[in-house]
Design a protein around this ligand. Structure first.
Ligand SMILES: [Zn+2]
Ligand SMILES: [Zn+2]
Length: 388
């Protein structure tokens, strides 16, 4: 009995000191993947820790109590890193709205390829842990007379095998639900792939590159900085590392200032698709500005932020998320504030964080557009004519 008591006492001491560390891990996992299992386990652990604190105090185990106080305060500080903390507002943007001459026939479609179940708390500081966020995995097809461009490739046909290669802890905190690969959606509509001139990556993380292998032979546009990052990025760029090197095409930022960004690259020279460097999330992340006929303007901001609230409320990702996912959190903060300045000065530009499903509301979905044509398999010519 006495031996059991000693063992129990030792376990209680471990619980109050090490328990908060495990509770922090469960908190982070729940924010990333709102599973009832993580929530229930966390609740039981929290109650056990509080009970253990009572036992420690009653027996006046001051050394254990001091250690427990340290880890429990550390846990509260960790939880505090999820609380709202707006960045200082950026200086007003004075740049004029750039001119654009989108050609007749230019159009844009969203190709949702799946979702990742997360919470708003994972996306940005101040996000609620009780607000479910279905992180969108969406490719965007921009049709242009000089050649169509796919902005990011979404989840591809081989996502299941790609996902298996990822680290255990990441898979534990990820609830990925693929739907239909972009290539399958386009093929089903009879899209003629010879019109697809480029795949343009906002950055080279796996969830933006997964579908690239489904488009063999299509050049993939990346910045030189991102090209280097692909080689050094570890498991998050493993999918990009598998892309045939001859297909990765670097481009330069030979253009001048654009909406507060120092450099730019005008893809077709008509101002309809303009790319600017916006590093931080990855070294070669970009924002892609698209202007359609009728002057509908969009900014595809990749993963600089995950939800639009982050731009408008100037909220970074929570501490553990930005330090494990952003390549350079300080630079990412500066890039975020550039977006804030644009959003304030030019609210007519629709900000499209890659994973915010609400941001695609004004972009027609490819599958619905094809269905609206009223034919099960329209030819590519029909698709193009109807998109004019
Ligand atoms: Zn990313
Ligand atoms: Zn992403």
């Amino acid at each position: 009995m006495r031996r059991f008591s000693r063992t129990s006492a030792a376990l209680l001491r471990v619980l109050v000191v090490a328990g908060p560390v495990l509770l922090g891990l469960l908190t982070a996992l729940y924010a990333a993947r709102p599973s009832g299992f993580f929530l229930a386990l966390g609740a039981v652990l929290a109650v056990a820790i509080i009970a253990g604190d009572g036992w420690i105090l009653a027996r006046r185990h001051w050394i254990t109590g001091s250690l427990a106080l340290i880890t429990q305060i550390a846990f509260l500080i960790f939880v505090g890193s999820y609380v709202a903390s707006p960045l200082p507002p950026p200086p007003p943007l004075t740049d004029p709205l750039p001119q654009a001459f989108p050609p007749v026939g230019m159009a844009m479609y969203a190709l949702p390829t799946g979702v990742n179940h997360r919470t708003a708390a994972f996306a940005h500081r101040g996000g609620s842990p009780w607000e479910k966020w279905d992180s969108a995995m969406t490719a965007v097809l921009v049709r242009h007379p000089q050649g169509d461009v796919l902005i990011d490739a979404g989840l591809g046909r081989t996502i299941a095998s790609q996902f298996k290669q990822m680290p255990f802890l990441f898979r534990l905190g990820t609830d990925l639900v693929p739907s239909r690969a972009a290539a399958d959606q386009l093929d089903a509509a009879g899209y003629d792939r010879k019109h697809l001139r480029y795949i343009l990556l906002t950055h080279a993380h796996w969830d933006h590159v997964s579908g690239v292998p489904d488009f063999p032979g299509v050049p993939v546009l990346v910045t030189a900085a991102e090209h280097r990052y692909i080689d050094d990025g570890g498991w998050v760029t493993a999918t990009a590392q598998d892309v045939n090197k001859s297909l990765l095409h670097d481009y330069m930022f030979e253009g001048g200032r654009y909406l507060g960004f120092d450099q730019s690259h005008d893809l077709y020279g008509d101002g309809s698709i303009v790319i600017v460097p916006a590093s931080g999330h990855t070294p070669g992340s970009v924002v892609v500005f698209v202007t359609l006929p009728g002057d509908a303007r969009y900014a595809f901001v990749g993963d600089l932020v995950w939800r639009r609230e982050a731009i408008l409320e100037r909220e970074e990702r929570p501490w553990i998320v930005r330090n494990s996912i952003d390549n350079d959190p300080v630079t990412a903060q500066q890039s975020l504030l550039r977006l804030t300045a644009i959003a304030i000065r030019y609210p007519q530009i629709t900000m499209v964080p890659s994973h915010d499903p609400r941001a695609y509301a004004s972009i027609p979905q490819w599958s619905r557009f094809v269905k609206a044509l009223g034919k099960s398999r329209p030819s590519d010519t029909q698709v193009r004519q109807n998109s004019l």
